[in-house]
Design a protein around this ligand. Structure first.
Ligand code: ADP
Ligand code: MG
Length: 246
């Protein structure tokens, strides 16, 4: 299980001095090698991903774009350790995580990956602050002391900490969701159609936040069908019929 990735994977410390824009000198945080995902539908095999190759380096902002049914959600689930490949290999931080079990997947997810979803997925009965504290509590050994509050404050939400999701605007809800994704300082932020449920002005604000986080050195992957989002990308990856093209 713990074989090293074929290339790179330097043992560099978290958020160190690598170039903030990412690039060929930066550490490899995620690698898919010839990854296929095949869903069995009775007698029929649906190939949702077909020998996909992808390398994401620390500090990159990558937009993955493709039409409906092209395999985006499947790719997101595999990159985010929510599902496993049928064939091929997946490496996170240089470690082969292709065949790990669900408990191990959950553990790596909790530490290394922050999710931002189209439908926000906040818990309605928890306040903004409590929603952001949740991943810290779930992580078990993650440090707590005021991080949730500070993260919300950094996203301009200091006067909304005790609001419930229903008392916030769409853009504010997405800020809370971004704070929740950031709070455990994950290696990678995975955003699935992050502007899909927002009006264009609010969507633009959310993209600006993601763009700012990239400038601060975060690694961000945005999955979308919306061509206009490629404007903020440093790198655009296209997916079509389960094939990845750059
Ligand atoms: P996208 O997110 O780009 O719309 P998906 O990754 O959801 O694409 O789906 C890619 C292909 O795989 C589609 O043809 C879809 O019908 C099929 N598919 C997705 N999930 C499943 C599943 N759980 N079982 C069977 N087929 C699936
Ligand atoms: Mg989808």
């Amino acid at each position: 299980m713990k074989t090293p990735a074929p290339k790179e994977g330097k043992g560099e410390s978290e958020r160190s001095s690598t170039s903030r824009a990412g690039g060929s000198g930066s550490k490899e945080v995620l690698r898919l090698d010839e990854v296929s995902k095949i869903y069995k539908m009775g007698a029929v095999d649906v190939k949702a991903l077909d020998r996909a190759n992808l390398v994401i380096r620390k500090g990159e902002l990558v937009v993955i774009i493709g039409p409906s049914g092209s395999g985006k959600s499947t790719l997101l689930h595999i990159m985010g350790l929510l599902d496993t490949p049928t064939k091929g290999h997946r490496y996170i931080d240089g470690i082969d995580t292709t065949n790990i079990n669900e408990t191990q997947q959950a553990r790596i997810r909790g530490h290394k990956i922050g999710f931002v979803f189209q439908r926000f997925n906040l818990i309605p009965s928890l306040t903004a602050l409590q929603n952001v504290e949740l991943p810290i509590i779930l992580c078990g050994d993650c440090e707590r002391n005021g991080k949730a509050r500070r993260t919300l404050e950094s996203l301009g939400m200091s006067n909304r900490l005790d609001h419930y999701p229903s008392q916030l605007s769409g853009g504010q809800v997405q800020r809370v969701a971004i704070a929740r994704a950031l709070v455990n300082e994950p290696e990678i932020i995975l955003a699935d159609e992050p502007t899909g449920n927002l009006d264009s002005k609010t969507g633009k604000e959310v993209l600006e936040i993601l763009s700012d986080l990239h400038k601060q050195g975060r690694t961000i992957i945005i999955i979308t069908h919306d061509e206009s989002i490629t404007k903020i990308a440093q790198r655009v990856v296209r997916i079509n019929d389960g094939h990845i093209e750059e």
